[in-house]
Structure formats: C-alpha cells, structure tokens
Design a protein around this ligand. Structure first.
Ligand code: 4NP
Length: 166
C-alpha cells in the first residue's frame, strides 16, 4: 500500500477503519479522524466508516470505556453504532485500514488499498493498535494517543491523495 492510495474519483475520498468488534479501536479512530477532517475543512470531501470483522456487537454503541476516554478528551462518541465488515468494502473504499494482524488476515491481507492503520503512525510506525477490550483504562488512553497522531498524519497526506496522485 502506498502512503495513501490515490482517490478512485479525484476530489472524493472514502476511508474504512476495521477492528474486531467495532466498539473500541476502529470507532475511536472513526470519531477522531472525522473530528480532524472537520478541523481541516475536509469533512465534505472525505467520508469515514468503521466496522468489525466480528458481528457480536452490531447495532450497539461504543464500549463505555472507549466512549468515556473520547469524551474526556472533548470528542463526541454518541453517534456510533457498530457495523460488521463484509468483503465488498475494499472495492467500495479508497483505503481500508485495519488495527491488527488478525484483522488483516480476516480481510484477506494487504493490497494496494488495504493496510494497517499504524503503517501511517508518524511516531512508531508498523505495529498494531493493541486490543484494549480485556485490559484496563490505560489501554484506552494508549489507543487514543496512537489514533490522534496517526489521524493527523492521514489528514496531512490527504490533499495529495484527493487530487488522484500518490
Ligand atoms: P475492538 O475490541 O475490536 O477494538 O472493538 C473488541 C471488542 C469486542 C470484542 C473483542 C475486541 N469481543 O470479543 O466481543
């Protein structure tokens, strides 16, 4: 996957964020990335969606610990409802970013438009966003910090990807 693959349709960009349950990591990234896009004036040109490879939580709001961590940092987690990933997403989106290696295997591996979210981490690239579901509150804080700096890097790279050039 290039830094950000070029828009399929120049001037519009669609990003899908994928984790296991779609109640902790990818919804956190969804809320933060949308907030950063709004701050950058890109909200009307860049669409964000999220889903989980598992279907257990479909229709549910975010995990209360993930929601509380976002609220404490000034974000609004209230609109999230969990969705399940399906195999049509890599064709529907310009970019699919998964949170860990298990998610990557579940979506069929890397491709031109599928990679790991933290490939784009400007501080410590290449790893996973660790699953905080079975851990303590500090896991949610760690996820938020990774997501905030990586979302900033994605927003910085989007103007060139939006033009349809890598
Ligand atoms: P997420 O975390 O993939 O970051 O949303 C999880 C949420 C739920 C489960 C696992 C991970 N679960 O097994 O229900």
């Amino acid at each position: 996957m290039p830094a950000l693959p070029a828009a399929r349709e120049p001037g519009r960009y669609r990003i899908a964020l994928v984790c296991l349950g779609n109640i902790c990591r990818s919804p956190t990234a969804h809320v933060v990335l949308e907030s950063r896009l709004a701050d950058a004036g890109l909200a009307d040109r860049v669409e964000v969606a999220s889903s989980g490879t598992g279907g257990w939580h479909v229709g549910n709001p975010m995990d209360p610990r993930a929601a509380a961590t976002l609220t404490a940092s000034g974000y609004d987690p209230s609109r999230h409802r969990a969705r399940q990933y399906d195999a049509t997403w890599p064709e529907a989106y310009d970019l699919v970013l998964v949170m860990d290696e298990a998610n990557l295997a579940d979506v069929g591996g890397r491709s031109d438009r599928v990679g790991m979210f933290r490939d784009l981490d400007p501080v410590d690239p290449g790893g996973a966003v660790p699953d905080p579901y079975y851990g303590g509150d500090d896991g949610f804080e760690e996820v938020l910090a990774m997501v905030e700096r990586t979302s900033d890097a994605i927003v910085a790279a989007l103007p060139s990807a939006l033009r349809g050039t890598d």
